[in-house]
Each structure stands twice: as C-alpha cells, then as structure tokens.
Ligand binder design. Sequence first.
Ligand code: PMV
Length: 333
Amino acid sequence: MQTRKATAVSCANVAFVKYWGNHDAKLRMPLNDSLSMNLDALTTTTTVEFDDALEQDEIVIGGEPANEKAKARVVEQLDRIRKEAKVAAKARVHSRNNFPSAAGLASSASAFAALTLAGTRAVGLDLGERSLSILARQGSGSAARSIPAGFTEWLAATNVTSTSEQSYARQLLPPDAWDLRDVIALVSADAKKIGSTEGHALAHTSPFLSERISRLPIRYHRVRRELLAKNLHDMGPDLEAEAIELHMIAMTSRPPIFYWAPGTVRVMDAVRQWRSEGLEAYYTLDAGPNVHIIVQAKDAAEVEKRVRELGEVQQVLVSGPGGGAQESEQHLF
Ligand code: PMV
C-alpha cells in the first residue's frame, strides 16, 4: 500500500452521568447511557502512518516509546482499523497530550478518539461520526463521547438484541451553546493503581451496582433535560450524586478501589462551602482523585482563585466546552 500520514486532535471529556461497568467488556458496551462535555483545554494530538516496510507497530507517547501495556492497547485498536480497511501494514504512531501527562488526568478518551480518527484516515477510510464513535468506543469506552463536538450522549444499547453498532455517542448541544467551565483541581499526580478497564470489571462485584443501574434512567433523563435547558442550578446536585455513586461502587467492589486522596475530600468540602455562600459550583470526579468543578463562565475566575488557595491543590486547569475529533495538518513526525 501507499503510505499516507494522518493527524488528528481530540479533546478529553468530563462525564455528567458516568460510565462505570460494561455489559459486554470485550466490545466495551456499557451498562448505561452516559453524558459528557468535551474539554477544549485538554487535547491529544496523534499522527499515524501505515508503512509496509515496518515489521511491527511503533508507538511513541509523549516522546517516549510506549510501555508494554499501553502499546498492547494501541496495537489492538490498530488491529481493529486494519480489519476494517482489510490491510496488513504496520503503523508508526506518535501521540502527545497538551496537558501534563503525569497529572493523573484520564487521557484515554482523547487518546483513543484521536488514534481512531488519525488511524482510519491514514489507512484511507473515511468513516462518518457514528462509525468513528463505535470504533473509538472499543479502544476506550469514554472515547466514544470525544468524537462528536460539544456536549454528547453515549447510547448504551443494552437490549438483548442490541448490537455493537447501536452503542455510539452523538451530539446533544454544540460547544458554543453553553458557556460552562470545568475548573480542574489536581490534588495528586500519582499514577492510578487500578485502571478503569479493571474498575469496570470489578463494578460487577459491588452489591450496589444493580441498584444504581435500575435507578439511573430517571437521573439520566433529568440531567439530559437540565443540560438542554442549560440549567446548572438544577443539574448540579445530580452531577455530585453521580460522582459519589461511581466512587461508592468502586469502594464497595471486591477488592475495593479507593481513588480519593485527602485533597479530594478537602476540595469537595470547599465547593459545598462556597455554594452555601452563593457561588454556584458543583464537583464531579472521574476514576481518580482530582476534582472537576463545573461552573458558569462568569464564575470561573473566582472559583479558580479560591481553588488555588487550597493547600492540597497542586495545579489548576480551566477548560471550556470542546469541539469534536478533527484532522490536522500539524503532523508530529
Ligand atoms: O473510558 P474508560 O474505560 O477509561 O472509562 C472512564 C470512565 C470514567 O471516566 C470514570 C467515567 C466516564 O463516564 O467518563
């Protein structure tokens, strides 16, 4: 085949209704619908080139050869792309985050969304948004939501007759529809001890998972409605409940997973305090200790200032709503 190089840029996302647990782990088909906002300040750029002359895939992340675990996961995604395109050539992949990779922020969503778009374009496929989302999902579930722009929802497709093609993310609102900010308080840069793939599997050992899943549709529709109405005041309490519930499932899994650090609780307390003083801010968490504080743009500077004053906070990032995965001419090699 003729070699062709393609580069894609994709945003991370923060979920308002969380994905925690699969009904089909191999295909990464989730137990529930989820909903998120892309983050324009947190992006991954990935360049992919397929080349018949290569004997094996060459994966470089952040300027360094990828470790075995990361490499295996990228190669699996390349295999899905090769299968779709019916090619055998190995690929050169260089990937870089624009946010500190040691900061303990989940980057698999932006990473697999960018890899999927760059990889399919490099191999000569021109997939639509839905097909890209389905393919990205199989690399990392939350990556499905980083393909469309703005505020997106990922349909779980949990009926017994559902197929993989029915579980994809689509846009709910474009990025400029709602001027929200995510003020991210980094309280620990330690690498996660238990990754989310393992966490999704362990979720099934929590006695509370079935209770969560059975109650979730009501919350989901409420959050979705408030999102479309751009009503942070009514959406906020559910954002916090979602974060607590995800961690409750993790903490009651066997073995239990504790992602929180002392600073996590400190920031959550502070947000509640600020709210009682009239500052409209709500926290949420991913599978890690860092706290995402969701606010309207007009309050972002004040919240950022207050977060910086908290002793446990090492670094603060502020992001608005981001676009979808996009091709770029700025190749990394
Ligand atoms: O995409 P994964 O397998 O890394 O799962 C991430 C799940 C959470 O970030 C914890 C929640 C979510 O919905 O994004």
